[in-house]
Design a protein around this ligand. Structure first.
Ligand SMILES: [Zn+2]
Ligand SMILES: [Zn+2]
Length: 254
């Protein structure tokens, strides 16, 4: 498996894109503004999008993606999401007001977009690649994903606050190699992190305290204006792990 980071910021700006990751050539994990990094040919090649939750920074490129490549493809783009997230996208995005309902267009029998509902702990296997739904605890129903190539695993927390259920699963991943986990806020914004169900460095340190396996840790979803401060607090809070900032353009092979 090859995972290319297209976007990993908590905001936008020059060289900053919101969450999107390309798995091999055909799968997106979230579809934030990072999808704008892809060429037309690369976008045409995407068959599957796994969405963590309905917040705009993770889904905003799905409407543009289907509109851009739909007529160039012979099969619908499949969006995997929980029932709650799929319903939110149907009701609030693909509702013919914000964007056309491409689950019925251009023709109901041959749409550009289809949803596949997935549930917690479910594994979708695509050409031997195992993608498993992980629990998350966020303001809206949310999940993370566990990507297992067979040789090694990468865990992506999605947007989440403190999340005991995640570690119960992660601590049983024998081939765990990489952990990508959010830290949206710096410690100054602890109260905001709590009420928005995100992490700050002190909350992250408590979460990593529940991890019983070695892993390389990468931090995502940093707020642009506080990212250096937040990363310095993360590094100070977790000296044993030497966590790194997830970088736009970074590639994981596992
Ligand atoms: Zn969110
Ligand atoms: Zn987010």
């Amino acid at each position: 498996m090859k995972l290319r980071i297209l976007g990993c910021s908590g905001g936008i700006g020059a060289n900053l894109r919101t969450t999107a990751m390309l798995l091999d050539d055909d799968v997106l994990i979230d579809a934030g503004t990072g999808v704008g990094e892809l060429t037309l040919d690369e976008m045409v090649g995407i068959d599957h999008v796994f969405v963590t939750h309905s917040h705009l920074d993770h889904i905003c490129s799905i409407p543009f993606l289907v509109d851009t490549v739909g007529y160039l493809r012979s099969t619908p783009l499949t969006v995997y999401a929980t029932r709650e997230t799929a319903n939110a996208l149907r009701t609030h995005v693909f509702n013919d007001y914000i964007w056309p309902d491409f689950t019925r267009l251009p023709r109901p029998e041959a749409p550009y977009l289809q949803f596949r509902e997935i549930g917690r702990d479910q594994t979708v296997t695509l050409a031997g690649r195992r993608i498993t739904v992980l629990p998350a605890d966020h303001l809206v129903p949310a999940v993370g994903y566990w990507l297992d190539s067979g040789a090694a695993s990468l865990v992506f927390s999605g947007d989440t606050g403190p999340n005991d259920a995640l570690w119960e699963i992660v601590n049983n991943i024998g081939n765990l190699r990489y952990l990508i986990i959010e830290t949206a806020f710096c410690n100054r914004d602890y109260a905001i992190a709590i009420c928005s169900r995100h992490l700050c460095p002190s909350l992250l340190a408590a979460e990593i305290g529940k991890l019983r396996l070695p892993a390389e840790i990468f931090i995502t979803h940093l707020k642009p204006g506080d990212r250096m401060l937040t990363m310095s607090e993360v590094v100070a809070a977790l000296p044993a792990y030497q966590p790194k900032m997830l970088e736009h353009g970074q590639v994981f092979e596992f």
